[in-house]
Design a protein around this ligand. Structure first.
Ligand code: ZN
Length: 83
């Protein structure tokens, strides 16, 4: 049974996770584990913390730069059509 080991691993890594020091793959691994593990969810109350972290994580990527890129693209297309 590797589940116990995983839970301990998760518990340790969550501290790094909450400090934003893990790679996206590790975040995915932890999130997936917690989603499937009642022990981690109940014992450490991690799901809530993780969910909040994911929201934060999404906010870190500024949608404005993406929006600017799209706007520029549209402008280019419009300019191309006008001339
Ligand atoms: Zn677990």
């Amino acid at each position: 049974m590797t589940e116990n080991m995983s839970c301990q691993e998760i518990k340790q890594k969550v501290h790094e996770y909450l400090a934003n020091e893990l790679s996206p793959e590790q975040l995915e691994f932890i999130t997936e584990h917690i989603a499937n593990c009642d022990t981690c969810d109940a014992e450490y109350g991690l799901e809530d913390a993780i969910n909040r972290k994911i929201e934060e994580y999404c906010n870190v990527v500024p949608p404005e730069s993406l929006l600017d890129g799209i706007k520029n693209r549209i402008r280019q297309i419009q300019v191309g059509e006008e001339h």
